[in-house]
Design a protein around this ligand. Structure first.
Ligand code: GTP
Ligand code: MG
Length: 368
């Protein structure tokens, strides 16, 4: 555990504050002070100059060890703010990387995280070299120009070793997949925002007892099991890593080998936490769809599951689905509760229909 006293800089929006607090807590920081700012992507310090100087005083007065910045900062901004406040700055990307590092339990996820960390460094080293070349910040973070170049080469060689290891994993996966294909076994995958309830549903559909939790990113490795089903055909269900807003492209890239499985899934069960505000759902859903789109998975493969309906009402869930214009496939969305088991059996019927084309009576009200 870190147990470092932190000051958090985030947006003055309830959802942003809550999510940032959740991330900070999951990473093990104790938030002593929250500074809310409308604009945190400004040029020199991320925040305005006046605010930056205020924070400089705050961190001394409140014995703050570290500053958490709920945005992705450019290296120069990070450097400027760190230099002014004499504290290390953890931006949103680094915070997520820290959480992933703590949670990675399989060798593959550890390699993926390491690769993402090196990429984070790599992106920054270029800027550091640039700063050093301009002579603006000699020895920036203890790295002179020469050191930075060597460092950069070193990062590249470490990355290529890790990529080779991941390639091996990918080959192993492809082998398994081909085997399954030959045996006529299809896979469906659970995806969704972190903490939407994927693993709770996975456990309920497979009889597993995988770890679920309030914290973000409880699941980091894809896990596959046979699905309990009514019909005889064997079907596998995969639980996957949760998505989060502003996940950098290189991180998705690092997880590509595990997420790649989605491309070969017959059906994607997209789990939405329908108990959240419509604004929040919209933002989170867009992040999920963006990533699914990056992986070139056709949106027609998605079945939307409105989870945690026990915390709201079925009507409210349908209303939200209409506002979000969720249509695929065949206008079906299903309110469920992975926790109480509400409508979980219906998921199995829908899977039968959507994967095997077995008929199912659909009420003609636009939604099932
Ligand atoms: N009330 C209610 N809570 C739920 C439901 N489904 C899941 N939860 C809770 O939501 C939290 C997150 O559940 P998980 O199953 O770990 O969510 P996840 O999507 O696998 O999360 P990550 O692995 O972290 O991405 C846990 O505290 C669950 O108990 C539900 O239908 N109703
Ligand atoms: Mg999970």
């Amino acid at each position: 555990m870190n147990f470092k006293n932190a000051l958090l800089i985030t947006y003055p929006i309830e959802e942003s504050v809550n999510e940032a607090l959740s991330l900070a807590e999951t990473a093990g920081y104790v938030i002593k002070k929250i500074v809310k700012q409308k604009h945190i992507t400004q040029s020199k310090y991320g925040i305005g100059k006046g605010k930056a100087y205020e924070i400089k005083d705050l961190v001394n007065d409140l014995n703050i060890d570290i500053i958490l910045f709920d945005e992705v900062l450019k290296p120069t901004q990070q450097y400027n703010l760190a230099f002014l406040c004499k504290r290390d700055i953890i931006d949103r990307e680094r915070l997520i990387l820290e959480i992933f590092e703590r949670r990675a339990s399989t060798s593959e996820s550890r390699i993926q995280i390491k690769l993402a960390q090196l990429r984070y460094e790599m992106v920054r080293i270029k800027e550091k070299v640039r700063l050093a070349k301009m002579g603006e910040q000699p020895g920036f973070f203890g790295l002179g120009k020469y050191d930075a170049d060597v460092y950069s080469l070193d990062l590249k060689s470490q990355m290529s070793v890790l990529k080779k290891k991941l390639d091996k994993e990918e080959k192993r996966r492809t082998l398994y997949r081909n085997q399954r294909n030959r045996m006529g076994i299809s896979t469906i995958s659970l995806v969704g925002y972190t903490s939407s309830g994927k693993t709770t549903l996975f456990n309920s559909l497979t009889g597993e007892s995988k770890e679920v939790g309030k914290e973000m990113f409880t699941t980091l490795s894809t896990f596959t099991r046979s699905l309990y089903k009514n019909s005889n055909q064997k079907l596998l269900l995969s639980d996957t890593v949760g998505f989060v807003n502003k996940l950098p492209a290189y991180m998705i890239d690092a997880f590509k080998s595990t997420l790649h499985e989605l491309v070969f899934s017959k059906l994607i069960l997209l789990v939405i936490d329908v108990s959240q505000t419509i604004k929040n759902i919209r933002i989170n859903l867009n992040s999920c769809l963006h990533i699914i789109n990056e992986l070139q998975v056709p949106s027609t493969k998605i079945l939307y599951l409105l989870n945690k309906v026990d915390l709201t009402t079925v009507n409210n869930a349908y209303e939200k689905a209409k506002m979000l214009d969720l249509k695929y496939p065949n206008n079906i969305v299903l309110p469920i509760s992975a926790k109480t088991g509400y409508n979980v059996n219906k998921i199995l019927d829908l899977i039968d229909m959507l994967v095997y084309g077995n008929n199912l009576e659909i009420q003609n009200n636009g939604y099932l």
